[in-house]
Design a protein around this ligand. Structure first.
Ligand SMILES: Cc1cc2nc3c(=O)[nH]c(=O)nc-3n(C[C@H](O)[C@H](O)[C@H](O)COP(=O)(O)OP(=O)(O)OC[C@H]3O[C@@H](n4cnc5c(N)ncnc54)[C@H](O)[C@@H]3O)c2cc1C
Length: 392
């Protein structure tokens, strides 16, 4: 049989036909940035466990992706679908890069944009959109990850001031942040606080020896009697719905983002299998290889259709949290399976940083866990299906 021209997995699904012209232009711009700026360097960042976060934040700000789906205050105000597509392209570079952008835009900026006072918005959002100020989001604690309601960090009144004490753990961007959105118990319930990181009593030691998301800053936040003025509190929300509203935004970005890591892995494996001769013919020409590639392309394409569907629901303002759980659970689970299977196609070469597949697979271990673990999303979906909450 004569060889046919090959198609990429997403060309096979013709998913571009579901994306508008402007969204495609945004996607292509981010893809070029990742190809030119990120891919040549990211393996070195990963190996050294460090990332030039400050420089990158400014470049990402100039690219317009920081808080890109928010309106006003220097943000681009794009569709949610365009934001999702940008997350996909960023994560095709590295999940750490997408995490930087997600935490900045969907967690720290969104918290201020949605729940902040006008003064807080004016003070932080334009600088954060430009990447001149970096934000982090402190919810998780050493003893409270999946169950943030139990948090021990506490804010008490001292005259009109607040005093904040506690520890947050696993906080992306923590050590490089200029501002931390910190969630704490108060006598009225959980409240969010906008904490400039140069406030006395605040420190953010970086967590080292990570095997995953090595091209990302992850930190502890130590709040040792941090004194804040009365207007440091986010006035717009009390209770767990505050942080959960932000997590919902970031989870939505992950629905798309994880597919970027999967797509990059799969395209790498396809290219490798065509070049690699085994028993005198290309690995790509074996039925077992093609079965693997076909199954992975199916999952990638199905994940993309799901992501685009959720994107359109979000743009229509009807996306529900349990639907975000469907996307996060499925797309991260399938993405990590794809990255691991791609690693097998590369054989020994797959274990090095010369190729992105094991880097993506290792990164996706974190993505599987943060923003609600797979198990927590199963429970959210289970509750939606049965009406029974099985969290405890
Ligand atoms: C690289 C990285 C970056 C992160 N960045 C941030 C950040 O910027 N800000 C932030 O606040 N947090 C961040 N996190 C923290 C992340 O959100 C938490 O790790 C996550 O919520 C899980 O919490 P945990 O690690 O304490 O696990 P645990 O909650 O201890 O869970 C352990 C296991 O128990 C399972 N489990 C939990 N509840 C149930 C249940 N009811 N039934 C059955 N099984 C259950 C979990 O699914 C998991 O498998 C980050 C984490 C990582 C790894």
């Amino acid at each position: 049989m004569t060889a046919r021209t090959s198609q990429t997995p997403l060309e096979l699904f013709a998913t571009d036909s579901l994306i508008g012209e402007e969204e495609r232009a945004i996607r292509d711009t981010v893809r070029r940035f990742v190809e030119d700026r990120i891919k040549p360097e990211v393996a070195d960042w990963y190996e050294s466990g460090s990332i030039p976060a400050r420089d990158l934040a400014k470049e990402l700000g100039a690219l317009g992706v920081l808080g890109m789906h928010l309106e006003g205050y220097g943000c681009a105000g794009t569709s949610a679908t365009a934001y999702g597509l940008a997350c996909l392209e960023l994560e095709a570079g590295d999940s750490g890069l997408r995490s930087l952008v997600s935490v900045q835009g969907s967690l720290a900026m969104f918290a201020i944009w949605k729940h902040g006072s006008d003064e807080q918005k004016q003070e932080w959002l334009p600088r954060m959109a430009a990447g001149e100020a970096i934000g982090c989001f402190g919810l998780t604690e050493p003893d409270f990850g999946s169950n943030p309601a139990g948090m021990r960090t506490r804010a008490v009144r001292d005259g009109s001031d607040w005093r904040l004490t506690g520890n947050k753990l696993w906080i992306t961007n923590g050590s490089v942040a200029d501002v931390a959105v910190v969630w704490a118990q108060t006598e009225d319930g959980i409240r969010g606080f906008v904490v400039p990181t140069d406030t006395p009593g605040f420190s953010a030691p970086e967590i080292k020896k990570k095997m995953s998301l090595r091209a990302s800053v992850t930190s502890e936040l130590v709040l040792d009697d941090v004194r804040l003025p009365a207007d440091a509190v986010l006035p717009g929300v009390t209770g767990l719905s505050g942080p959960l509203s932000c997590l919902n935004e970031a989870r939505y970005g992950i629905v798309f983002g994880a597919l970027g890591a999967a797509r990059d892995s799969l395209e790498t494996a396809i290219a490798y299998s065509k070049d690699r001769d085994i028993f005198d013919k290309p690995l790509a020409a074996y039925q077992l290889t093609q079965a693997k590639l076909a199954d992975m392309a199916l999952e990638l394409g199905k994940g993309m259709l799901l992501a685009l569907h959720l994107g359109r629901l979000k743009d229509a303002g009807t996306l529900r949290p349990e639907q975000v759980s469907l996307g996060k659970l499925n797309n991260v689970r399938e993405a990590i399976a794809i990255a691991r299977e791609c690693r097998t196609i590369l054989g020994a070469a797959g274990i090095t940083l010369e190729h992105p597949v094991l880097r993506h697979a290792n990164n996706l271990e974190s993505v599987l866990t943060y923003e609600g673990t797979s198990e927590v999303h199963q429970l959210v979906i289970g509750r939606a299906l049965t009406g029974e909450a099985a969290f405890r």
